[in-house]
Design a protein around this ligand. Sequence first.
Ligand code: DON
Length: 306
Amino acid sequence: MSNQNLLEELVEIARSFASYGKVADYIPALSDQNPDDLAICIYSIENESFYAGDHLKKFTLQSISKVITLALVLMDNGEEEVFSKVGMEPTGDPFNSIAKLETNKPSKPLNPMINAGALAVTNMIKGDTVVEKWDRLIEFISHLTGQKVTYNEDVAYSELQTANLNRSLCYFMKQHGVITGNVEDLLVLYTKQCAVEMNCVDLAKIGAVFANDGLDPESGKQLISRDVARICKTFMVTCGMYNSSGEFAIKVGIPAKSGVSGGIMGSVPGRCGIGIFGPALDEVGNSFAGVKLLEGLSAKYSWSIF
Ligand code: DON
């Protein structure tokens, strides 16, 4: 069977699992997504791509954006500065939990993939104003995909109106000196970052840059330093699938990052990037069908890194 036929067959098998999941609704604008959607793209480091499902359908990155912002912020500030504000350990807690911020001493978020850690990372994007910081971030993302990327204003606004848990995380961290500046400005930047919109082909392309040690398979340019790409992939393994990262490492074994819109970015080192969109989520917030699809692919192609 050809790669293309196999991909189409795996998508149809995985799609049947979507009915076990549920579309996220704590961000109101995400609640009207179609739970039966499923699309995938595999983008090789030789710059070839295969896709199946509705591959042109756009979705917002949500938490997947955390890996990309981390890459920019690490290149902006260096490891020492970044890891003085955010840790490197998985939490085992839900992505929006506030619990360990209080019990961890000194008080800093445990890793950059939970909301508290991601907010602290976004706070470190270089720039004098929110506009300047945003312009740098969206330009970086556009370089990674190879085309102009924008964000979904409705989703960003909808999250900003309802982000009271993230607001609390910010005020807690501000009190403890983890973040500086105006909290509302930070939330505007963070919700725009989470609302960056693209299709699974663009997402797979970004995954391929990470898989290729930061080198763009299309232009041959080093868009992310090798070291930063390594750090980001490591976080994808240890914390990328939230409090099911351990189970995912055993069943799939591919560095991956999910978002509540139903996206997953995978990065198979030295081989390819993977972009998936399937908005029906499991109980921890990962795409139900997307995880099944990755299980099938990893088994078929022996892509586990372990
Ligand atoms: O901050 C939030 O809650 C969302 N913008 C992103 C969370 C997310 O994607 C977690 N994913 N599983």
